[in-house]
Design a binder for this molecule. Sequence first.
Ligand code: NAD
Length: 359
Amino acid sequence: MMKTFLVTGGAGFIGSAVVRELIGNSEHRVVNIDKLTYAGNLESLTSVESNERYYFVQADIGDAKAMQGVFEKFQPDVVMHLAAESHVDRSIDGPAEFIQTNVVGTTVLLEAARLYWQQLKDSDPQKAEGFRFHHISTDEVYGDLEESGALFTETTPYAPSSPYSASKASSDHLVRAWYRTYGLPSLITNCSNNYGPYHFPEKLIPLMILNALAGKPLPVYGDGMQVRDWLYVEDHARALIKVATQGQTGETYNIGGHNEKTNLEVVETLCDLLDDRVGTSHLSSDSHRDLITFVADRPGHDVRYAIDASKLERELGWVPAETFETGLAKTVDWYLANREWWQRVQDGSYRGERLGVLT
Ligand code: NAD
């Protein structure tokens, strides 16, 4: 049965993968609500923008009137809430925006959803029964894992380190409170680091690919020994849709790729892939690895994150399709084949075009 999905942050990295997956591989209708901050890029959605099941609304999730209007107009069955300020370094330089969008914005959205769902209980009890609010969060809410072998589970206590992860932890608590206090049918997922196509070039993997192609230094924080658990973004999008449609309300699901790698390993693997794909004639040495440059560590930098995603596998049958090796090779190939997309991000022209925008 066709459902209406309201996806917030659908012009971002993960949100656009969710929108492409829903439009490409389901019959559902998608309403993308995005403010189009620097991280929002409609050019990541060109493959779906003319589809009759796709709608775009430029709006801030912190705008209560706009959010109420969107719920009234589109009458969604499922909300997938991805809109957020998401870059840890930016949260260290300017935390206020993170509190505004991730905490206040989530509260405004929860209230708009609650109002809509309560009215639905009178007007269409069956639709109200099936309504879902899915909040997309991060494994960074759990803080740091020092012990090797230990994993974050759904019951690991929260201990966020950065303003970003603290704001995401706050929003998770708010979603749980709206479930416990008001009964809003909600679910939460906490995911490890994503990578893949359409990733904004300030993040580690695209930054390294683009710097390497330009023969520029590859800046690695500290000694590069921080461990992250990497998940291919399209695997994440499929997991999110499974949770939103088949998950149990009131539950939390961890999502991870079983791919623990140090940052240095990631950068070295990228260098080797690029040596193979593009050669080294643009460099003054015979390996991209020679561009690696260690820089001062990020304040409060967590040492290790690793996810136990067995609940999702056991209860909903989700497993990632990509290994780190296949996913990283696909990612490098995508950046090589889609130079226009990232060049337009780098020169800022992606922000100039706002075609097809409904307000
Ligand atoms: P992103 O920064 O690429 O995209 C965020 C999107 O939200 C952008 O399109 C932006 O324009 C939009 N947005 C920002 N503020 C808004 C506002 N006030 N109103 C409406 N739209 C707004 O982020 P991402 O990497 O795609 O992450 C999406 C979600 O997944 C976030 O909630 C993030 O915390 C979570 N997450 C990300 C990762 C990761 O590795 N990237 C891992 C786990 C969880």
